[in-house]
Write a protein of this length. Structure first.
Length: 338
């Protein structure tokens, strides 16, 4: 594990499996292409798989319409399109749909949408009248565009897999986060869920950390991106608290949670999340001294002006690359996380 502040790369030896003879002879059928959302991550995935990203033209017409053209033959190939639906979400989602459509019309044998961050996932059910379930809408759009399979990481809600009528592989960024935390050998760990809805995620995380104790923050959300924290369920006094969530958006929930943990006597507070959405004023909240470290992955690109001293970014490229290999070879993906 080669980890350092600001960036950490998961060792290839952790996940790399020697491809079978069939895969080696069939490698010409595998193609990787990247959208514009996170080209650096796509390049890292391609290096892990041992190939280059396919050539593609992306441009805009004068009125802002997107244009995509694949620049090599993909007839009969298994094509993987890597594109997180991060900010600007609408543009990146539309670009993904156009890429899928272009590959389908180019007679690709199978098109897999690799979505490290699945946008519009927070509206996964109706909580009030006359609401749209956008997570289902996006699933319909991807399927209708012509995708044969979807690979996504750490969905906001696991039920989103059921919105698709095509194969869906759901992978987790937790092995990368856990490797990093284990390397730090933190004493007296307690894993904290920032809300009741994240208890299952936090419990699974705690189990991998030598069955560390679990605490829960009881909160009441007053509006979107606004949370009122009430109390901590569990003992955190004198302990190293690790707040675990799938994403950090404006940072309000996790910052209020950290403030409460400090008040309850936690000695140190770390934040872990797969997706660094970091909408304003997240940077101000996260760099305010509440956290020893804020540990995230690179599913979403983080520009230099959004980085701060406490931020640690870990790469999930090897994990995604290994998953792509296993899908291509028709071998188990779930065994990676046992």
């Amino acid at each position: 594990m080669n980890a350092h502040r600001g960036s950490a790369v998961l060792s290839s030896a952790t996940f790399k499996v020697q491809p079978s003879a069939t895969a080696l002879t069939d490698n010409h059928r595998l193609r990787l292409f990247s959208g514009s959302a996170n080209i650096q991550l796509s390049q890292e995935v391609a290096r892990y798989v041992g190939m280059d990203l396919g050539p593609m033209i992306r441009k805009r017409f004068a009125d802002g319409e997107l244009y995509v053209q694949i620049q090599e033959s993909i007839r009969g190939c298994d094509v993987y399109l890597i594109q997180p639906c991060c900010q600007p979400v609408n543009d990146h989602l539309m670009e993904l749909l156009i890429m899928v459509d272009a590959c389908r019309r180019a007679s690709a044998r199978q098109v897999t949408a690799v979505i490290p961050y699945y946008g519009y996932a927070r509206a996964d059910r109706k909580t009030a009248g006359r609401e749209s379930i956008t997570a289902k809408l996006v699933a319909n759009l991807i399927t209708e565009a012509g995708a044969n399979r979807v690979l996504a990481m750490d969905l906001h809600s696991a039920q989103i897999q059921g919105y698709f009528d095509i194969p869906f592989d759901h992978v987790y960024g937790s092995p990368v986060l856990l490797d990093y935390l284990a390397s730090k050998e933190l004493p007296d760990l307690v894993v904290v869920s920032p809300d009741v809805g994240g208890v299952a995620r936090a419990r699974a995380f705690a189990k991998k950390l030598n069955d560390a104790p679990l605490a829960i923050i009881d909160k009441r959300r007053q509006a979107h991106n606004v949370a009122e924290v009430l109390n901590v369920i569990g003992d955190v006094k004198g302990k190293t608290a690790v707040l675990v969530d799938d994403m950090i958006d404006t940072g309000g929930t996790i910052a209020e949670g950290a403030r409460l943990l400090r008040e309850e006597g936690a000695r140190q507070v770390y934040a872990c999340a797969t997706h660094a959405v970091f909408s304003p004023p997240a940077m101000e909240r996260l760099s305010s001294g509440l956290f020893e470290e804020v540990i995230v992955t690179n599913t979403i690109p983080i520009p230099e002006n959004n980085r701060f001293p406490q931020l640690v970014v870990l790469s999930v490229a090897n994990l995604l690359g290994e998953t792509i290999w296993r899908i291509h070879e028709d071998t188990s993906v779930s065994s990676m996380f046992r």
